[in-house]
Design a protein around this ligand. Structure first.
Ligand SMILES: [Zn+2]
Length: 184
């Protein structure tokens, strides 16, 4: 992580903060089956005057937090980067999930990448798994494991629809006889 000097020249406990960040990274590595010591920075965060893409995304550095360099600071900035504990911004870990390149089922990528934050909430901070899941993307305590399973069962999977159902529908429309009908 890199932050402006003006954010931290009065910061009094960087050791606790860095240990907390290391612990978060260890949870992610363990979850995904990677060794805890890797050959590069697992999540390299920076701030800049604007975010990288105009929407949140991955990167090395990963820049999803903007700041104003002309704004006077007191050396002890009130920013989630600098706070150990469970008040982190889960979207940063959602984006990190994209960058970890673990395998996902078609259409479920945007949900699967939230597992990183859920694991950090649960494994590192002891938050029960249903609450951790609900907090893993936005504050949605109603999304328990049971509710997530129900949602999955009643929601068409977009990848499934575009890859399988749409082509079959197109072939059915263009079929001129029953022998031309696609089999499933
Ligand atoms: Zn995403």
């Amino acid at each position: 992580m890199q932050v402006p000097t003006s954010w931290i020249y009065n910061y009094d406990d960087p050791v606790t903060l860095m240990q907390d960040w290391d612990d978060r990274m260890d949870v992610v590595s363990t979850l995904l089956g990677y060794p805890k010591i890797r050959n590069n920075t697992i999540l390299y965060l920076q701030v800049d005057v604007d975010i990288m893409y105009g929407f949140y995304g991955i990167g090395n550095p990963q820049i999803n937090n903007a700041y104003n360099p002309l704004q006077p600071e007191n050396g002890n900035k009130n920013h989630w980067f600098l706070k150990p504990g469970d008040s982190f911004w889960e979207t940063e870990f959602h984006e990190m999930g994209h960058a970890q390149l673990f395998s996902k089922f078609p259409g479920e990528t945007e949900a699967a990448v939230n597992l990183l934050a859920a694991a950090i909430f649960n494994r590192l901070y002891g938050i029960d798994i249903d609450t951790a899941l609900g907090e893993s993307f936005g504050n949605q305590p109603q999304i328990t494991r049971d509710q997530a399973a129900l949602n999955w069962m009643v929601t068409p999977i977009s990848g499934l629809v575009t890859q399988w159902i749409f082509p079959i529908q197109r072939r059915m429309k263009s079929a001129t006889s029953s022998e031309d009908m696609p089999s499933m």
